[in-house]
Write a protein that binds this ligand. Sequence first.
Ligand code: SAM
Ligand code: SF4
Length: 486
Amino acid sequence: MKKTSTIEYRTSKMRELEILKEEDKEALELPRTSVEQADTTGKRKLYIESYGCQMNFSDSEIVTSILQEGGYATTANFENADVILLNTCAIRENAEQKVRNRLKNFTHLKKKRPEMVVGVLGCMAERLKTKFLEEEKIVDVVAGPDAYRDLPNLLSEAEDGQKAINVFLSKEETYADISPVRLNSNGVTAFVSIMRGCDNMCSFCVVPFTRGRERSRDVYSIIKECQDLLDNGFKEVTLLGQNVDSYKWASEDGSETVNFAQLLERVALINPELRVRFSTSHPKDITDEVLFTMKKYENICKYIHLPAQSGNSRILKIMNRTYDRDWYINRIDKIREILGEDCAISQDMITGFCSETEEEHQDTLSLMEYVKYDCGYMFAYSERPGTPAAKKYVDDISAEVKQRRLAEIIDLQLRLSQERNNREIGTVHKVLVEGFSKRSDDFLQGRTDNNKKVVFPKENYSKGDYVMVTITSCSTATLKGIAIKS
Ligand code: SAM
Ligand code: SF4
């Protein structure tokens, strides 16, 4: 594994690491896995583990639904599984290395039970295709993100002793009709996928190659999924896509079209008790219409994840982000003008992209100071084979310099997060309770509208409640408070 991996945590994780006990630190590094189903009699047992972004976790819920229909039941214990699936991420080299290491853990099991099927899904499967079967002998099935409907067939081929692969990328597949099986669910918050793929071709990014062309899901299937979630007691949905602001759906006869702002409005109107979040926004596409829609509805949360990637216009140009520093700052100014100072903003940044100078790195730091981000996800550049950057530019910033720059932006983000949280002390927030706090069952934890984690004494409140909480103290990661008596 590359040295870089040790500090490529999301900063929210880093901030949490500061305040967590040793055993919790380990938990944060583990992938999400499937849960034990109550009735498994006569069914083949499926164990699924997910790596990477929220889209992947959401895809694992679609895969589980497809395989439950195909007669499988989930298990939380891979030792008893008939099928082990790893839903993988290819975004950085260390993400792929993690999966290869994990596959090694299953080798002894496969030797003992050669009939057990091991499958690899998702972005790494799509990127490596048949190479996966050649390089990792333990793998029986390889399925890309658009091939999940074919999994029952692929698994049965593998059960007959053949290697099976489907990495066909579709222009239409959105899995609109599939009702996801919620895995690791707290019963309060859920992800809803609204689109797939990406057409943006940022030069560093492998996603357009692993997830294919951008396509938007039928608006009616999205509304139905959100309504079903509400009917089942959920109180918050996060609409997911690589670039949600370019959501665009049209009915077959073209008489009805829906853009992202209109979709947001329709979801918000389902019920004022249902909170609505979304991720990820692209700075080139986020419109004033979206910002005004956020302002209009109390239940659309005032939090925007707006990845910048760099604060320097030349670097943004060679990253092919299609906006420059001034454009990005204009979007931030609009957010502040329309939604005010309390709207939280988070970033993604990459350090040490090809040819980045010290002055250009300083521009990233100064942009961060300007925006005063609430939190961020920061990474050292990792060259991905086949991407435009890998073909056109030299990965010429040394690992040491990338890491030093990364450490500088993480330090700055920690200070900014602390400052942004300090200003919440003394204010009152409506918190949606997600469950017990990690440390004690005497405390609950939930999120504010602007996506900050709040811990407060339990009293008579429970999961799923909206509670008005006065903030009394904070760390870089968490606000603490007490409920206001109603
Ligand atoms: N679609 C989202 C967007 O445009 O911001 C993000 C998708 S990507 C899964 C999440 C983040 O990973 C990116 O925002 C970027 O910061 C980071 N990333 C992508 N490719 C990378 C690479 N080659 N090296 C380091 N970080 C990378
Ligand atoms: Fe990758 Fe850019 Fe698409 Fe995000 S918008 S997924 S960074 S190509």
